[in-house]
Write a new protein. Structure first.
Length: 210
């Protein structure tokens, strides 16, 4: 059975889909078989996948959608056939999110560098805790070296969840590649390459310790 990673954050614009697709491609390029599931009615991950099919012709990542209560059944099928299953969820923290949390081996919570995003984390962490699932915060759209980034990072470290050592900085390449059905690793080499690879290795190491 493969590992299941659920990406959840009740505030929109935190970078859930960006995190999901970049990790999916990173794990795929590391030799893992990967499935991406989109449970968000907005369908951003699905639109990314269709753009990817148009570009590649043949999918290198399996893709699926499911409504909230169909998640369990679909995830079990995907995890039997893949090393990694990544679930992109809608921006909410309610009973509809619980099936995706229940299936997770690890819950990743993206936190854009703002206090609003940080305040929105607690509801997701509460639901993950109720399902007895470990959670890890991932700083997204980070602006290293700013007072705001330092303040948000310090407060994030005080929450009852692991904090990924590797942030995803506020880089144009993430938005550009997303619209092309690609990931940052498929753009010309730059700082985002090291960022995504380090984050992928950190998450993989965490999964192996669970």
């Amino acid at each position: 059975m493969g590992y299941v990673i659920t990406i959840a954050q009740q505030k929109g614009g935190a970078g859930k889909t960006t995190l999901a697709v970049n990790l999916a491609v990173a794990f795929s390029k590391a030799g893992k078989s990967v499935a991406l599931m989109d449970t968000d009615p907005q369908g951003s991950a699905g639109r990314w996948f269709m753009a990817r099919i148009d570009r590649l012709g043949e999918p290198d990542i399996e893709f699926s959608t499911a409504s909230a209560w169909g998640v369990g059944y679909e995830v079990r099928k995907l995890s039997e056939a893949n090393d990694i299953v990544i679930i992109d969820t809608p921006p909410k923290a309610d009973s509809d999110l619980r099936p995706a949390l229940r299936e997770a081996d690890l819950v990743l919570v993206p936190v854009a560098t703002s206090h609003l995003d940080l305040w929105a984390v607690e509801a997701v962490l509460h639901l993950a805790d109720r399902e007895h699932r470990p959670a890890m915060l991932v700083m997204t759209r980070a602006r290293p070296g700013t007072r705001l980034a330092a303040d948000v990072l310090e407060q994030a470290g005080q929450l009852d969840a692991a904090l990924a050592e590797t942030p995803m900085a506020n880089r144009v390449v993430y938005a550009e590649t997303l619209g092309q059905g690609k990931a940052a690793l498929e753009a010309p080499k730059g700082p985002a390459h090291d960022e995504v690879q380090k984050l992928r290795m950190e998450i993989e190491s965490t999964l192996k310790k669970l």
